[in-house]
Design a protein around this ligand. Structure first.
Ligand code: NG1
Length: 439
C-alpha cells in the first residue's frame, strides 16, 4: 500500500531481556525492556471482513484471508501466520464479543527489528496485527488483558512460549525496564539509570524459531512441564497432594516457598536427567506424558525411547534466574551497577550450563564484552544463537564496542558479517506498542 493511502499506523517494539531467561512460562519473573527497533504497519480500513496483507521484506507476495476463526494457517514458518495469530487471538477473545459487522483491513508491514535473533520480532508482529484489527474496528483493550491474550494467541504458530515478549511490547515505557510477573500478569516499570548503557550484540548466528530452534525451545518448555509432574509426585509422597501447573506456583499457598527452599527441593527431588522409561515409571501416568510430548511438537512415538529429559538441570536454572531477577531489581534500585552486572554474568552461566541454550559464538561474544570492560553480559531471548546484552558505564561505551569488534567480529567471514550491517548498538528502553489514525 502506498504511504498516502494508509489511514492508520501501528508501531510495536521488539524487546531486550536483562534477566530471567525462559522463566516466564515457568511462572517466574523477567526483567526486559521494549527497544526502539519496531514493527510498523500501515493500514487502511475495509468495508468487508477481509484482510489483505503484504510485507516489505517479501516483495510481490500478498496474503488474503477472512476474519473468521479458525483462520486457516499457512505452512509452518510463513510470516503471515504471525499476522493471523494476532487477529485470531482477538477474534476468539472474550473482550471481542459479538459484532454485527467486522471491518477488515489492508496492511503493509515493515520494520527495523532484526529477525530470528532473540529480539522478539515475531511477537511484535503478532501484537501489531492485533492492534491493527482492533483499531480498524474502533476498539481499545487494556494492555494487560491484551498481552495475556496475545501470549496464548502465539501458540497458533507452534511455539509453546511464555508471555514476556507480548507484555513488554505492549507495556514498554521509555527510560524504564519492566519487572514482569506472570499468572496473573503484573508489570512494574523501574527507572533505568542514565549512567549505565545497554549494548546489544547480534552474534550473526541465526536461531530459526520455525525449524530446529523451535523444537529445541519446545523441548526446554517440555522438560519443565515434566519436571513439574515429577515434583508433584515427590510432594504427594510427602502428603502435599495439591496439584500445581508450574514452578512459580510453589511460591503461593499452601506451599509458600522462597527461592532457597525451591532450590533445595529441586536438588532433593529431581535427577539431573531422565530417559523416557524413567519418566513413565516415576510419574506413573503414561497417557499424560505422551499427550504432553505431542503437545510440545514431539509427534514421532518411535523416537520417544531415545529422548533424554534434563529436568533437574533445567529447573535449577529456572529457580536461579528467577532469584537473579529479584536480586537484580534490588541492585538496580540501590544504584549498584557492578552487582547488577555480576548477576547478568551469573544468569549467562546458568543458561549456558544448566539450560544449555548458549553456543560457542554467544559465549565468545559475552567474553569479548567482559574483557573490554562491560559490567556484565549474557545471552538474551530464546538462545541457540541470536544476541547478547551487556551493561556498561556510559563513559566506557566506545572502548567496549571496539573491544567487542576486535574480540568477536574481526574473526568472522564476510558472508556471516553481511547478515546484519549494524550488529552492535546501544539500546535505550522505549515506549510500548500503539495504534493511531494518520491524518
Ligand atoms: P524469543 O527470543 O523472542 O524467541 C522466547 C519466548 C519468550 C521467552 C524467551 C526466553 C516466544 C514468543 N517467546 O523469546 O516467551 O520464553 O524465549 O526467555 O515464545
Amino acid at each position: 500500500m502506498k504511504n498516502n493511502l494508509a489511514d492508520f499506523e501501528v508501531i510495536a517494539p521488539g524487546r531486550v531481556n536483562l534477566a530471567g531467561g525462559h522463566t516466564d512460562y515457568n511462572g517466574l519473573p523477567v526483567l526486559p525492556m521494549a527497544m526502539e527497533q519496531s514493527i510498523r504497519i500501515e493500514g487502511r480500513i475495509r468495508d468487508d471482513a477481509a484482510v489483505h496483507v503484504s510485507a516489505k521484506v517479501v516483495p510481490g507476495e500478498q496474503v488474503e484471508f477472512q476474519l473468521q476463526a479458525p483462520i486457516p494457517k499457512h505452512p509452518r514458518g510463513h510470516w503471515a501466520n504471525y499476522v493471523k495469530a494476532g487477529m485470531q487471538g482477538v477474534l476468539e477473545s472474550p473482550f471481542w464479543g459479538s459484532h454485527e459487522k467486522i471491518c477488515g483491513c489492508d496492511l503493509s508491514i515493515s520494520g527495523t527489528i532484526p529477525q530470528g535473533v532473540g529480539l522478539s520480532s515475531s511477537s511484535a508482529l503478532v501484537v501489531a496485527s492485533a492492534l491493527a484489527l482492533l483499531h480498524a474496528n474502533g476498539r481499545k483493550i487494556d494492555p494487560i488483558l491484551l498481552a495475556e491474550r496475545m501470549a496464548e494467541a502465539e501458540y497458533y504458530v507452534g511455539t509453546r512460549g511464555g508471555g514476556m515478549d507480548q507484555a513488554t511490547c505492549l507495556a514498554g515505557k521509555a527510560g524504564h525496564v519492566l519487572k514482569i510477573d506472570f499468572f496473573p500478569l503484573r508489570i512494574k516499570p523501574v527507572l533505568w539509570p542514565d549512567s549505565i548503557a545497554i549494548i546489544v550484540c547480534d552474534s550473526l548466528i541465526r536461531a530459526n524459531k520455525t525449524q530446529n530452534a523451535l523444537l529445541a525451545y519446545n523441548k526446554r518448555a517440555l522438560e519443565c512441564k515434566l519436571a513439574a509432574l515429577l515434583l508433584h509426585v515427590y510432594l504427594c509422597a510427602q502428603g502435599q497432594t495439591q496439584p500445581f501447573a508450574r514452578l512459580g506456583d510453589l511460591f503461593n499457598p499452601p506451599w509458600s516457598m522462597n527461592y532457597e527452599q525451591l532450590s533445595e527441593l529441586i536438588a532433593e527431588a529431581l535427577l539431573e536427567e531422565y530417559d523416557f522409561e524413567q519418566i513413565l515409571e516415576q510419574t506413573g501416568n503414561e497417557n499424560q506424558v505422551i499427550a504432553l510430548l505431542k503437545d510440545y511438537s514431539f509427534t514421532d512415538e518411535s523416537a520417544f525411547s531415545s529422548l533424554k529429559f534434563a529436568c533437574g538441570k533445567r529447573y535449577r536454572h529456572i529457580a536461579n534466574d528467577g532469584r537473579i531477577v529479584e536480586q537484580s531489581l534490588t541492585q538496580l534500585q540501590a544504584g549498584n551497577a557492578e552487582s547488577f552486572g555480576r548477576l547478568m554474568d551469573e544468569g549467562h552461566t546458568s543458561e549456558r550450563d544448566d539450560y544449555e541454550i548458549s553456543s560457542p559464538d554467544l559465549n565468545r561474544l559475552v567474553e569479548a564484552a567482559k574483557e573490554s570492560g562491560a559490567l556484565g553480559s549474557r545471552l538474551t531471548g530464546a538462545g541457540f544463537g541470536g544476541c547478547t546484552v551487556s551493561v556498561v558505564r556510559v563513559g566506557d561505551i566506545d572502548r567496549v564496542i571496539s573491544g567487542i569488534e576486535a574480540g568477536y567480529y574481526a574473526d568472522l567471514d564476510a558472508e556471516t558479517r553481511s547478515r546484519n550491517s549494524q550488529p552492535v548498538f546501544v539500546s535505550t528502553p522505549a515506549e510500548g506498542a500503539r495504534a493511531a489514525a494518520l491524518t
